[in-house]
Design a protein. Structure first.
Ligand code: NAD
Ligand code: UGA
Length: 316
């Protein structure tokens, strides 16, 4: 089957491309190398499969590409391209968030409709919930994003649903919860903390550290995307959590255990846009996708630690 992966040079996108190629699919990847972190990191991710005979790559922004040509023969679209940072989505950067996360999605949905794409899987986010009144977060809860980024992810999710409701495009949206693992983005907590453990530098801890996250190992996230393309109900939204909800304080302890290094903690004020807690109710994904995460936090941290030791990603 021919698949399009947007954001193919990114953290999750690069893992998905590897998986689709391993499953025997032909993959077209697009990535505009947005400047959210070092281009060399994205290039090294792309290099992992650039020579694969079933892989084609286009460097461009979705906003300006002729998408009809890009989608020729494509049956499945996996839309991961976006500006992903929560805390950096304030101020002037919102213009880029709006364009990459909302306008690009609308263009791609429109083109997917025109091209007769059979499945459109959208990488949504736990950030659509905001500070939820009830935990775990259920897909039926009211969405009240707490960051400009969350607003853009929810807007794009609504667009996906609209293209399903009005035109019958077979969209499925997956709300990922804080994804980690080898090649994690350098702005994210676990990558920063493991890199600091390796380099003997201090970490920044935002707030009191008692906020919780439902950390999800990247291979589990990829598995959910593959299953959504096969089994997801058209127009549906699914939570994809890792089942490893811990406080950031506990995460720091776990990283000290895995690395054998004590972390020096530089305490900072809580950041605007960060929610207090995330925890996914994955009942719906279990029922429809037969999805359950398989990698627990300790094992996932071990794997990311080995990767940090071997490759060493710079902090930006
Ligand atoms: P990433 O930054 O590593 O990957 C995104 C890629 O998309 C980048 O390589 C970027 O250059 C590319 N891109 C962005 N806008 C583009 C555009 N308009 N045209 C072409 N390419 C573009 O981020 P990631 O962590 O891999 O996130 C992937 C997706 O998953 C995003 O949609 C993000 O919102 C979503 N998500 C991520 C997490 C997480 O914890 N990492 C959690 C929830 C949702
Ligand atoms: C992550 C991703 O970055 C988003 O792209 C995604 O949409 C979101 O998950 C999601 O679940 O939808 P976040 O939960 O903020 O966002 O992930 P981290 O950057 O790993 O932060 C986790 C926690 O650690 C937050 O409370 C943050 O404030 C804290 N943190 C982060 C620190 O204390 N110090 C740091 O240097 C970085």
């Amino acid at each position: 089957m021919r698949c399009l992966v947007t954001g193919a040079a990114g953290f999750i996108g690069s893992h998905l491309v590897e998986r689709l190629l391993a499953d025997g699919h032909a993959v077209v990847g697009i990535d505009g190398f947005v400047d959210n972190y070092d281009r060399s990191l994205k290039e090294s991710q792309l290099a992992l499969y650039a020579e694969h005979p079933q892989f084609e790559f286009v460097e461009d922004f979705i906003e300006r590409r002729d998408l009809g040509t890009l989608l020729e023969g494509v049956e499945r679209v996996f839309h991961l391209a976006a500006l992903p940072g929560v805390r950096s989505s304030w101020g002037d950067s919102f213009e880029d968030y709006s364009s990459h996360n909302v306008y690009a999605t609308q263009r791609l949905l429109e083109a997917a409709l025109g091209a007769g794409v059979a499945r459109f899987v959208y990488a949504s986010s736990s950030s659509v919930y905001g500070d939820a009144a009830d935990l775990p977060m259920s897909e039926d809860a009211r969405e009240r994003p707490h960051s400009p980024y969350g607003v853009t992810k929810l807007a794009a999710e609504h667009l996906a649903r609209l293209y399903h409701r009005n035109y019958g495009l077979a969209t499925v949206s997956l709300r990922f919860f804080t994804v980690y693992g080898p090649r994690q983005r350098p702005d994210m907590a676990i990558q920063r903390f493991l890199t600091a453990a390796r380099d003997g530098t201090p970490i920044m801890l935002f707030g009191d550290g008692e906020q919780t996250r439902d950390f999800t190992f990247v291979a589990d996230t990829v598995e959910s995307m593959v299953r959504a393309a096969e089994l997801g109900q058209e127009g549906a939204v699914y939570n994809v959590g890792g089942g490893s909800t811990v406080t950031v304080n506990r995460l720091i302890e776990a990283i000290e255990e895995v690395s054998g290094c004590r972390l020096e903690v530089d305490r900072q004020v809580a950041q605007r846009g960060d929610v207090r807690d995330t925890c996914a109710d994955t009942t719906r994904a279990r029922a429809d996708l037969d999805f359950a995460p398989t990698t627990q936090l300790r094992e996932g941290l071990e794997r990311q630690w080995q990767h940090v030791l071997a490759r060493g990603n710079p902090i930006r």
